[in-house]
Every structure is written in structure tokens, then in C-alpha cells.
Ligand binder design. Structure first.
Ligand code: ADP
Ligand code: C5P
Ligand code: MG
Length: 201
């Protein structure tokens, strides 16, 4: 954990929250926000908000989400960047992003920074499928056909991002099976030990 304690904290504190569909990213982010006061930015929620607001990219985003594919990085990064710039809170939980190496490189280029910490919620596929099918939020992509596509995209495009940050020593792998509280018990010490986040507004 010392590996990020030593980093000089003059910039925002950025945590990327990764894991397959239904691994519990959003659920755990809500608990992290409650305990550590982060600003939660879910890439999927920002994209769904674009669809709802009937923006110029709305129909393209909807079609991409229906197919379980990745929205062009430029679009997603701009949405995240706008939220970061307009937030007084500079401790960010960026949930469901980067989903691909292209996402990652676009963020580094456009926002010009790297994450301090990467959380990876590791969950067996069968459990993820079960949770997504039970989610009941009326999402166009929470059906078995799209879930299969999303799992394939996760493995092919998102795992390389996790490997990239693992090699940089930034990944904290969390066993995402268990109760919500049991999983949060693994998350808690990661941030509790982190002096750097206390120095960021
Ligand atoms: P993600 O954001 O990774 O797609 P969510 O946080 O939306 O995942 O969780 C997916 C579904 O599983 C939701 O309905 C949520 O209430 C449920 N869920 C979250 N964590 C757990 C858990 N530990 N055990 C069982 N169900 C869970
Ligand atoms: O993270 P969430 O499950 O809400 O994402 C839903 C969908 O939004 C993804 O399956 C994908 O189609 C799209 N998305 C994306 N790029 C991201 C995050 C989400 O294209 N970085
Ligand atoms: Mg989510």
C-alpha cells in the first residue's frame, strides 16, 4: 500500500473501478462514496444520461450499448472530463472505465493523467450473469444475448487494461463473491491506509 502513499498529491486522486458486468462496481462505489467522500462517475451512467438527453450522439450510444460494444473513446472521455472539471470534489471514482486500451490511451491523452489506484472486482461469469439478469433496472443491455457479448468484450478488451495496470503495481484485486458488506471489508483498508486521499479536497 505504501506504493501510493509516497506519491506527491498535487493533482486529483483518481481511482478506476473495473470488473465485469454485474461484478458489483456500482454497489461498492456507493459504499466508498459514503465512507471516503469520493465523487462517483459511472461511465455507463454518463452514457445513458446522454441517450436520455437526446444529445447528438444519443442514438449511436444506444445502439452501441444494445450490442454490448464500446462507445468511441473520444465521446466517453469528454463526458468524464466535463464532470471532473465541474466538480469541486477532486477525489474521483471512475466506474466502468477504461473498458479498452483505446479508452485508457484516450484518457491519458485528453485528461493528461493516470489513475492513482485501480480496483478490480473479480467475479465468476455465472455469478455475474445471475446478478445482471436479476438487476431489474430496465436496462436495454441486461438480457442474456447482450450479456454474453458484454462478457466477451470484457475478456478481450478490458482484461488487457487490468493487466497493464497490474504491471504498474496499481491494481487491487478484490474477490467480488460474498455479501456486499463482506466485499466492502476488502475495499475499506485500501483507502483507509491511503494518506494521499486525505490531502485532496
Ligand atoms: P456493476 O456496476 O458491476 O454492473 P452492480 O453494482 O450494478 O454491478 O450490481 C449488479 C447487481 O447485483 C445489482 O442488482 C446489485 O444489487 C447486485 N449485487 C451487487 N453486489 C452484490 C453482491 N455482493 N451479492 C449479490 N448481489 C449483488
Ligand atoms: O458499466 P455499465 O455496465 O453501466 O456499462 C454499460 C455499457 O455502456 C457497456 O456495456 C458499453 O456498451 C457502454 N460503455 C462504454 N464505454 C465505457 C463504459 C460503458 O462503451 N467506458
Ligand atoms: Mg454499474
Amino acid at each position: 500500500m505504501e506504493r501510493f502513499l509516497l506519491q506527491e498529491q498535487t493533482e486529483p486522486f483518481i481511482t478506476f473501478v473495473l470488473g465485469g458486468p454485474g461484478s458489483g462496481k456500482g454497489t461498492q462505489c456507493a459504499k466508498i462514496v459514503e465512507t471516503f467522500g469520493f465523487k462517483h462517475l459511472s461511465a455507463g451512467d454518463l452514457l445513458r444520461r446522454e441517450i436520455a438527453s437526446k444529445s447528438e450522439y444519443g442514438s449511436m450510444i444506444l445502439n452501441t450499448i444494445r450490442e454490448g460494444k464500446i462507445v468511441p473513446s473520444q465521446v466517453t472521455v469528454k463526458l468524464i472530463q466535463k464532470e471532473m472539471e465541474s466538480s469541486d470534489n477532486k477525489k474521483f471514482l471512475i466506474d466502468g472505465f477504461p473498458r479498452s486500451e483505446e479508452n485508457r490511451m484516450a484518457f491519458e491523452k485528453i485528461v493528461g493523467t493516470e489513475p492513482n489506484v485501480v480496483l478490480f472486482f473479480e467475479c465468476p461469469e455465472a455469478e455475474m450473469v445471475k446478478r445482471v439478469l436479476d438487476r431489474n433496472e430496465g436496462r436495454v443491455d441486461d438480457n442474456i444475448d447482450t450479456i454474453k457479448k458484454r462478457l466477451k468484450v470484457f475478456e478481450e478488451l478490458n482484461l488487457p487494461v487490468i493487466n497493464y495496470y497490474s504491471e504498474k503495481g496499481k491494481v487491487f484485486k478484490i474477490n467480488a463473491v460474498g455479501t456486499v458488506d463482506e466485499i466492502f471489508e476488502q475495499v475499506l483498508p485500501i483507502f483507509a491506509a491511503c494518506e494521499a486521499i486525505k490531502q485532496v479536497a
